[in-house]
Each structure stands twice: as C-alpha cells, then as structure tokens.
Design a protein around this ligand. Structure first.
Ligand code: FMN
Length: 218
C-alpha cells in the first residue's frame, strides 16, 4: 500500500511532521512518502501561465496514494496557511485528486487542546473535496508528548495506532474497489443502499403511488 503524509508545517523540527512519521510507522507495512508543501502561494495568474511543477508533483502523489494522513499545526485557532494553500492548489486540478481518498487527520500543537481547533477547520476545508475523512478517533497531541523529535507518549501512540488501523482498512477497500479485486478479510465494506422512504402519514387511496418502508435486513 502507498501512504502519503502531509504535514502542514515546513519547519525542519516540526512536531506535525514527526506525528505524520509516527503515523506511518503505525500504518506499516507501506511505502511512505512525505509530501513537499513548499509551494508558491496560490495565484491565478501563475496558474494561467502553467501549473507549477511542485503542484503537479503534489497532485500526482495524492492521486497515487491509497491512503493519506494529514497532520496540521494550529495557527491562531485554525489550520496552517501552508496546508490551506496546498489544498487550494490541489483543488485546481480536475478531477480533484483528493476526491474519494481515505484521509486521516491529526494535529500537534503547543496549546493544551493539542490543535483541536485546527482539526475542526481542516475537517471543514476537506468538505469541499469529497474525501473519505475518518471521523474517529480524533487525535490531538500536545507538544509534551514528543521527546527528541519523536512521539513517545504511550496514550498518543495507542490512539495513532487505532486511527491508522482504520485508515489501513479504508485504504485497502478503496484500493480493492479501484482494482476490481475481491476485498481482503477484515476490510470495512460500505454498501450503498437506497434510503428507505418513511411511510406517508396521509392515506391517499386514489393515488397509484404508495409509500413503502423497506425492511432493514433486505
Ligand atoms: C503563528 C503561530 C500561531 C500559533 N497559534 C497557536 C494556536 O492557536 N494554538 C496552539 O495550540 N498553538 C499555536 N501556536 C503554536 C504551535 O502549536 C507550535 O508552534 C507548534 O509546534 C507548531 O507546529 P510544528 O511543530 O509542526 O511546526 C502557534 C504558532 C505560530 C507560529
């Protein structure tokens, strides 16, 4: 499997990059790539002159990945501008490479909430992409959970492992669906069923249409 890590921080000693790496270790075995978010600021004029190579490379990496883990810092109660800029560039390619991709999100921050507000804003931004964003477990990591640039806190490591196990399942089923291959055991299978209609409250005997409630188990 191919896992792409996206860290919303460009700092060499970034806690979020360390968190993405810890997530990759929990996700293993997989080939892991860390995305380069050193992109120019989104500019429609620049785009009109041709998509920058780094943006093309980012989108190719997203398209190629079976699963994606995004670690965002919290800057003034929101996701980082670096990450938002990358998402904006990515949205300019059609079809958007993030669409339908299994995505897990994490955050590490100096504040005691561990970047909770950054994650909320990231989840909101990802709505525009129709990605398969895992809802839980929500993993907010305080800076004190790291030692010498590595995530060492036991509770945080356990939660990261739980989140990565889910991402792996989701990534496998998406990869199998793409390849038309049968699903492996233990993979989450989401079946699309039509929603049963609620029975109509008023009886209209003259109407040829009747509301029928479909039994759940069928
Ligand atoms: C501009 C700026 C704004 C910040 N705002 C917040 C904040 O709102 N909440 C918070 O918990 N930490 C905040 N921090 C601290 C970051 O959480 C901390 O620097 C973190 O380590 C950044 O992530 P990184 O290590 O991946 O670069 C802010 C830092 C910067 C530089």
């Amino acid at each position: 499997m191919k896992l792409l890590g996206i860290s919303g921080s460009l700092r060499a000693a970034s806690l979020n990059t360390a968190l993405a790496r810890a997530a990759a270790e929990a996700f293993a075995p997989a080939s892991f790539t860390l995305a380069d978010l050193n992109l120019p600021l989104y500019d429609g004029d620049l785009e009109a002159r041709g998509m920058p190579e780094v943006v093309l490379a980012l989108n190719a990496a997203i398209r190629d990945a079976d699963a994606i883990v995004i670690a965002t810092p919290e800057y003034n109660a929101a996701l980082s501008g670096v990450l938002k800029n990358a998402l904006d560039w990515s949205s300019r390619v059609k079809p958007m490479p993030l669409t339908g991709k299994p995505v897990a999100i994490l955050s590490a921050a100096a504040g005691k909430a561990g970047g909770q507000r950054a994650q909320m804003t990231l989840r909101h931004c990802l709505l525009a992409f129709d990605a398969l964003v895992l809802p839980a477990p929500q993993v907010f990591v305080h800076a004190s959970a790291f030692e010498d640039g590595r995530l060492t806190d036991e509770t945080a490591l356990k939660l990261v492992a739980q989140l990565m196990a889910r991402l792996r399942s989701c990534g496998l089923s998406a990869a199998c669906a793409r390849a038309g291959a049968p699903l492996e055991r233990g993979v989450i299978l989401t079946e699309r069923r039509p929603c049963p209609r609620p029975p109509s409250r008023r009886r209209r005997s003259s109407s040829p249409i009747r509301a029928v409630s479909t039994p759940r188990s069928s």
